[in-house]
Design a binder for this molecule. Sequence first.
Ligand SMILES: [Fe+2]
Ligand SMILES: [Fe+2]
Length: 474
Amino acid sequence: MSIDYGEKIPNNVNLASNRTLQRALLQWQPGFLHWWGDMGPEGTSSADVYLRTAVSVEPKGWAHFDYVKMPDYRWGIFLAPAEAGRTVNFGAHKGEPAWQEVPGEYRANLRRLIVTQGDTEPASVEQQRHLGLTCPSLYDLRNLFQVNVEEGRHLWAMVYLLHAHFGRDGREEAEALLERRSGDADNPRILGAFNEPTPDWLAFFMFTFFTDRDGKYQLCSLAESGFDPLARTCRFMLTEEAHHMFVGESGVGRVIQRTCEAMVANRTDEPSSLRALGVIDLPTIQRYLNFHFSVTMDLFGSDVSSNAATFYTTGLKGRFDETKIDDDHLLVGATYPVLEIRDGKLVTVGAPALNALNEKLRDDYIRDADAGIERWNRMIEKQGVAFKLKAPHKAFHRRIGPLAVANIDPDGNVVSAADWAANVDRWLPSATDRAFVASLMGRVVAPGRFANWIAPPARGINNQPADFEYVRFN
Ligand SMILES: [Fe+2]
Ligand SMILES: [Fe+2]
């Protein structure tokens, strides 16, 4: 399934054969470019950036690298190949042929799922738009821009579905996706984490590790959808998402590496001494981790949710790795453990599995995130430093669901408001922490040079040498 780059909108969905749809999308395109100009990476329109662009959706060799000016990036519509004979694999319609058109009775719910996913894509671009001004290297700057253009493409992916399958409502939703703004008091993005600022590069790396990983889990569940165009769209988006999580994991890893080197060379684990050396002490990294982990926990939604049950039963949104799970894929009468606060303590109770699907996805996510944190811990251990990073308890610092009413510490103890206030600066980044990290953010753009607080990567993008000029400013 090669991609037609001869078209104004690159695509592998034979857009040229559907004039009405093509016209509608061509009408949306200038609005998107306008949004990119307003809210995309600041002050970068003339830079040549070494970016990868999808040339085919086959697993091998879909990525083509070249210098591109970001406003000229070929955003387009790419679906993973259709699976012959695919069926709905869960819920009440299990075993029926997968839908190529939206079933009328599920239209509103499907639209809501697509809009909620679509809204996160431009939101993250908005959150990250000032970071280029303080990049620690050209390598990192390129990675930021790669993530940004691909989030822009993910917006295209969702807008295609809205235009192709939801008529006038879909077109209106596509417009609204360009109108909401991350953090805007009057017209914010839909989900809380996407209205938080991403003020510095440690926050960016944590965001791409934790929050883009939420993206992976949401996309994986939507890739199971009985609505086949959504499934195929999400499957292709996942190939792009993998790079975003790599940027996060290797980014935090390189910060840790640099800090540990300074700890060993100077025989100190004293945060103030390390800060004086211009590196980020590990307890500060832990507090950033706590923040981004907890904000991302909320993205999975309420622990017990009737919407989650409806989305599953009607075949719209499956579980992570749905088809690999060995059960009846109906879940009627099954239970799943969720947390509740009883007598001032967290207790585990059984909830109907259908209603606990958000919690199940959250738990799947936590296992994956924990594995990444363990890889960071192995790096710390290798340096001979005695320190372990740890994900906080999933109930820590929640703002959504029944756990939001309580103050819960990183170990999962319910604490008083006074205890919370007395300790919050040990658990979450304080104003002082953020000011310190901000003080390190300077712009490093000489090829092969890196800011003092971060180690160089083990290898270059597309195996380029260490001093490769990933971004050329014109
Ligand atoms: Fe995305
Ligand atoms: Fe992403």
